[in-house]
Design a protein around this ligand. Structure first.
Ligand code: ZN
Length: 223
């Protein structure tokens, strides 16, 4: 799993230094919230608030058990790997498309900047202001798009690499689950087959009884 990407996703969604959660939940099941709180140096309520946000996004799930001695509920949390990967895939796809839009506009449009204010404006804005800065009246210079284009292109490449890794992992998670389902279905089929065979055996043991009861019901219907 691309844990680094997942950490930044978790931090984006919960808006805090919650990336450590990924370390605590990754590849584990039903992690006690008291352990999480201790490791994160937060109160139970703070931890639950963060986890509820992730749960609303479907990225974690919980079970709760009543602590019989203390009389309150304890929550145990599990990371939903498949949902996390799907979410990461969506976020990366969105980001790449945003960067591609930026790249297109750098390739097609002109930008101007004021070197004393360090502000860049679009050609439309520069035109409106007669090509001099609205703040300091200095004449705008034409921005060089080359650096920007190089920069954005590199960012797109990085995001595309990340996306590919996520998609490979997602495919392997789905594959594992499909295999698991297939095994369970075979088990279920075999169980049903056994049940059918058992019934057949039981039915062949007393064929006379069933015929008699059928005849009786037919006679009843005729009247
Ligand atoms: Zn200026």
């Amino acid at each position: 799993m691309q844990e680094k990407l997942l950490k930044s996703l978790v931090e984006d969604l919960t808006g805090s230094d919650s990336g450590i959660l990924v370390d605590l939940l990754f590849n584990k099941k039903d992690v006690n919230e008291f352990l999480i709180a201790k490791k994160m140096k937060l109160t139970i309520n703070q931890v639950r608030n963060i986890l509820y946000k992730l749960s609303a996004e479907g990225l974690v799930s919980f079970i709760r058990k009543k602590d019989n001695r203390k009389g309150w509920y304890i929550y145990f949390w599990t990371l939903n790997t498949e949902k996390c990967l799907i979410r990461l895939e969506a976020e990366l796809t969105k980001k790449i498309s945003e960067l591609e839009n930026q790249l297109r506009s750098r390739e097609q449009k002109r930008y101007y900047f004021c070197s004393s204010c360090g502000v860049e404006v679009t050609e439309e804005t520069a035109l409106e202001n007669d090509f001099s800065c609205s703040e300091c009246a200095e004449v705008y210079s034409l921005s060089s798009n080359e650096g920007q284009i190089k920069d954005i292109t590199n960012k797109i490449k990085t995001k595309e690499r990340e996306l590919k890794l996520i998609q490979i992992e997602l495919a392997s998670v789905k594959d594992k689950q499909a295999k698991k389902r297939a095994v369970n279905e075979t088990k279920l089929k075999n169980k049903k087959k056994k049940e059918r065979e058992l019934k057949k055996k039981q039915n062949t043991k007393k064929p006379k009884d069933s015929k008699i009861s059928k005849n009786v019901s037919k006679k009843k219907n005729k009247r």
